[in-house]
Design a protein around this ligand. Structure first.
Ligand code: HSE
Length: 432
């Protein structure tokens, strides 16, 4: 072997970044590995995008099969996205005994067991550092750095688009739609941005992290998820008044009897929480293990070069595995359907809550809310009702002490059925 040959499929934002770093760092990689890493072929169905890259046209193609069928290629980088064409492509690459590197969290989260089995059957590996947290080394941390620990919990901001939107709404008062467009223009958002703002992208990422950290398989469908589309300017203002920041958080907690907690939803974090000041496109992941205690990863969660840098770290890992004759250095057999992990239902969690009721401003309404909450064992920590000139409904904001989710949902449902209730109640969980 006189070179590690790379085939890249998908030359969009991240693919373009990979081409740039491979070319800028070529000599450095050569020195590190003792042989060159060569970008041998690039395919993208949009031939125009290939013309913008600093590579010769001889290696470019609009047909991914030209990459798969090139016998010299050792590693295929899949940066197409989605789970249709991308899954077929990855399976073909594995069958051709090529290692695969992907940034595709949906693919790993939804089809990981099938893909890892195919990789091991063919004596090759799949690396996916860029799938979770952009430039943050989340996968290496879970698979290598923390393997000696029993994990207690994870709290993570791992969608750059949502964090960017919430930051701009909070700090600049900008409207949701306008900021989403800006996030798309920066190349942060998924091709289908409902995956970002609906919480699906974060759910893909936490299902992968929970699987790796707890040594089994957490299916995407088992992750409870809510997105950020229901967060209003009012919620942002009340959060500020109360001393909180609103974030889309992924939460993982070890099994305490009914399964591991794996959930994604907006939360309020006290302003002095370590994740409360993670803003813009930045992501962070706080992990607590029994021996390591608490650790924190922080970095850009999306964008061309930060994400490409994670892809490149996989290129070097896989190249080293090949060069040292250890092509499957990290076996993934545990990430299988047979090893599915039980996830606790959301009804069973206990936390504090921010509730924003929309109710008529008339006698006994506050008393009825307090009574129903109390009847369900929910203790009130604070209440805000601002004076209003309007005869219409007014917001009544209540922060609770720790309560059980099922009791909270029962109380809110009952209150929403009362004639003074004029809109759906906003419920935001408060994480400590
Ligand atoms: N759309 C994703 C985000 C890209 O905004 O975080 C990185 O996975």
């Amino acid at each position: 072997m006189n070179a590690i040959n790379i085939g890249l499929v998908g030359a969009g934002t991240i693919g373009g970044g990979v081409v740039k770093i491979l070319s800028a760092q070529a000599r450095f990689f050569d020195e590190k590995l003792g042989l060159p890493v060569k970008l041998t072929r690039i395919a993208d169905k949009n031939i125009a995008v290939l013309k913008t890259l600093p590579v010769g046209s001889a290696i470019c193609s609009d047909n991914a099969d030209d990459v798969i069928n090139d016998p010299s290629i050792n590693i295929v980088i899949e940066l197409v996205g989605g789970t249709g064409f991308a899954k077929a492509l990855v399976l073909k690459a594995l069958a051709a005994k090529k290692h695969v590197i992907t940034a595709n969290k949906a693919l790993i989260s939804e089809f990981g067991p099938e893909l890892f089995a195919a990789a091991e059957a063919n004596g090759v590996s799949i690396y996916f550092e860029a799938a979770v947290g952009g430039t943050m080394p989340t996968i290496k941390t879970a698979r290598e750095a923390l393997v000696g620990n029993e994990i207690q919990s994870v709290q993570t901001i791992t969608n750059g688009t949502c964090n960017y939107i919430l930051t701009k709404m909070t700090q600049e008062g900008l409207p949701f739609d306008e900021v989403l467009k800006a996030a798309q223009a920066h190349g942060y958002a998924e091709a289908d941005p409902t995956l970002d703002v609906g919480g699906g992208d974060t759910a893909h990422k936490v299902s992968i992290m929970a699987s790796l950290l707890f040594g089994g398989f957490v299916p995407y469908e088992s992750v409870y998820k809510e997105g950020i589309t229901t967060i209003t300017d009012d919620d942002i203002d009340y959060a500020k008044k109360l001393g909180y920041a609103i974030k889309l958080l992924g939460v993982i907690k070890k099994d305490s009897g009914s399964g591991i907690e794996v959930r994604v939803h907006p939360v309020m974090l006290k302003n002095d929480h370590i994740l409360a000041s993670v803003n813009d496109v930045f992501n962070a992941m706080a992990i607590e293990g029994d021996y390591c205690g608490k650790i924190l990863l922080y970095g850009r969660g999306a964008g061309e070069l930060p994400t490409a840098s994670a892809v490149i770290s996989d290129v070097i890992d896989v190249a080293r595995n090949i060069v040292t004759g250890n092509p499957i250095r990290i076996p993934m057999g545990y990430y299988s359907i047979a090893n599915e992990l039980k996830v606790a239902p959301i009804d069973g969690i206990s936390t504090r809550y921010y509730l924003r009721f929309t109710v008529l401003d008339r006698p006994n309404v506050l008393a009825a809310i307090a009574s129903e909450l109390g009847h369900n064992g929910i203790s009130i920590a604070s209440v805000i009702q601002l004076e209003s000139k309007s005869d219409e409904a007014v917001p009544v904001v209540i922060v609770t002490h720790t309560a059980k989710e099922s009791n909270l949902q029962t109380a809110v449902k009952k209150l929403e059925g009362m004639d003074f209730s004029k809109a759906k109640t906003q419920i935001i969980r408060i994480e400590d």
